[in-house]
Design a protein around this ligand. Structure first.
Ligand code: 5AD
Ligand code: SF4
Length: 458
């Protein structure tokens, strides 16, 4: 899943009746699932009368919803904690660490007195936030709950969403894949699917609120199962909810990509023609060590099948360079697969060992840092050229674009939106247009990261 950091800046009063009306600053690191969880957290706290602010100086409580997927995600949070203490030296505040790092770093976080952590809560325990916050505020000593709860799907909670255009909707939580590099099975626990009826009810509510797009989230959405309904059935059902114009999903696993899902993407007009298909590595020996359970040939065959059914599909991927023992010639396989597939975009990462994973325990991190750098720089350069070529195929065409917002905070003149295939488009605003509208845009130029265009008549 794509990494980013977002500051939740809804400063509105959530309307409840807490005696103290404590103000909360909630910051989110990591993937879209974490963004969704932060919306769940906002809802849970809002119900109890907490209000939200966007500056540490105004906050009684600071909650960091953290990511543990790579070493730099972890370092970012630690840096953030030190900066907060520096900024708020003279003011006491309650500091809570939530999310993936809370689970896999609990002991280390609590053992470091300089971090002054009051609260540690894992992804299955957010319903206990009000109770544990009260405990942390009342007594000395930190409160913690990082237990897994396979039954926790946050049913009945109405996430307090930040975006008004796209709504994240978790369809599975947790992960059973145990890719050897990945910490997620240890931080989010075992995989579970939400009930189809819940997901549909949530989507209907979103449509009634005016949302145009939902993005179905899960660590491996293909393994969604509710009785007889698999992921293809779910996609079909969600895309037929009246009012929803676009349905996206993140991420499927290449190991089990059934024809029925390819067909659902091909057939359902509202399911966007974009698939994020994490390759991770192009060499079959490395894929085996990663426990990905597909080979280079399997992956290429899947891409051929997808492109055969959905010719203009947008494809994106995740790649890790420098997995333990990856040789220079095995890395060349990744280069070859990237060139052969020609993804529209790729997120490329240097391998970093994560505590508790099989790779960390079994395989020494033996590819030197400089070599990882050389490999990532090379892949990024290759991908830049491929992305430019892929994006250029749209030049001169008129494509429907869902407006997401302003292209930059400084200028109200340019909008940013996305094509069905997930390519970013920047174009001059027009009176009467607003985020959430789907407008035809004629593409006038392409860069590796985006298209430029102008609104056209339909
Ligand atoms: N090191 C580097 N990258 C990783 N990812 C997951 N775990 C690691 C790790 N230990 C990447 C994968 C995954 C994306 C979300 O993060 O490419 O798809
Ligand atoms: Fe998301 Fe994985 Fe990071 Fe957890 S560790 S926030 S699941 S990317």
């Amino acid at each position: 899943m794509v990494e980013n950091e977002r500051k939740d800046d809804n400063t509105g009063d959530s309307g409840g009746k807490s005696p103290k009306k404590l103000r909360v600053l909630l910051r989110t690191f990591g993937c879209q699932m974490n963004e969704y969880d932060s919306e769940v957290i906002r809802s849970i706290l809002g119900q109890e009368g907490y209000t939200f602010c966007d500056s540490p100086q105004d906050a009684d409580i600071v909650l960091l919803n953290t990511c543990a997927v790579r070493e730099n995600a972890h370092r970012k949070v630690i840096g953030h904690i030190h900066a907060l203490h520096h900024l708020c030296q003279d003011r006491p505040f309650i500091l809570g660490i939530l999310g993936c790092m809370a689970v896999n770093m609990e002991e280390a976080l609590l053992a470091n007195p300089a971090l002054k952590i009051d609260l540690i809560i894992g992804p299955d325990s957010y319903r206990r936030l009000p109770e544990l916050l009260a405990r942390a505020a009342g007594s000395g000593g930190p409160a913690a709950d990082t237990d897994f709860d396979i039954s926790e799907n946050y049913t009945g909670i109405n996430p307090d969403r930040v975006s008004r255009v796209n709504a994240w909707v978790a369809v599975t939580r947790g992960c059973n894949n145990f890719c050897t590099f990945c910490v997620v099975p240890y931080t989010r626990g075992r995989e579970r699917s939400r009930a189809l009826t819940d997901i549909l009810a949530e989507t209907e509510k979103l449509a009634a609120q005016g949302y145009k797009q939902v993005t179905l989230l899960g660590q491996n959405v293909n393994s969604y199962a509710d009785h007889a309904t698999g992921f293809s059935g779910l996609l079909q059902a969600v895309s037929r909810v009246q009012g929803i114009e676009r349905v996206r999903f993140m991420s499927p696993h290449p190991k089990d990509f059934p024809d029925a899902v390819i067909d659902a993407v091909a057939r359902e007009p509202k399911v966007c023609k974009h698939i994020h298909l994490p390759l991770q590595a192009g060499n079959s020996r490395i894929l085996k060590l990663m426990n990905r359970t597909y080979t280079q040939e399997d992956f290429l065959a899947l891409v051929r099948k997808i492109r055969g059914r959905i010719p203009d599909v947008g494809l994106s991927t995740d790649i890790i360079v420098g997995f333990p023992t990856e040789t220079a010639s095995e890395f060349e396989d990744t280069v070859r697969v990237m060139e052969a597939v020609a993804f529209d975009s790729a997120f490329i990462f240097k391998y970093s060992p994560r505590q508790g994973t099989v790779a960390q325990k079994k395989y020494p991190d033996d590819v030197p840092e400089e070599e990882k750098t050389t490999r990532i720089v090379r892949l990024n350069a290759i991908q830049k050229g491929i992305s430019l070529k892929r994006n250029s195929r749209h030049t001169g065409k008129t494509l429907p674009v869902l407006i997401e917002g302003l292209a930059s905070r400084r200028s109200a003149r340019e909008f940013q939106g996305r094509t069905d295939g997930n390519t970013i488009v920047v174009f001059p605003g027009q009176p009467g247009l607003a985020p959430g509208d789907i407008v035809p845009v004629r593409v006038t130029a392409a860069t590796p990261h985006a298209l430029k265009g102008e609104t056209a008549s339909p």
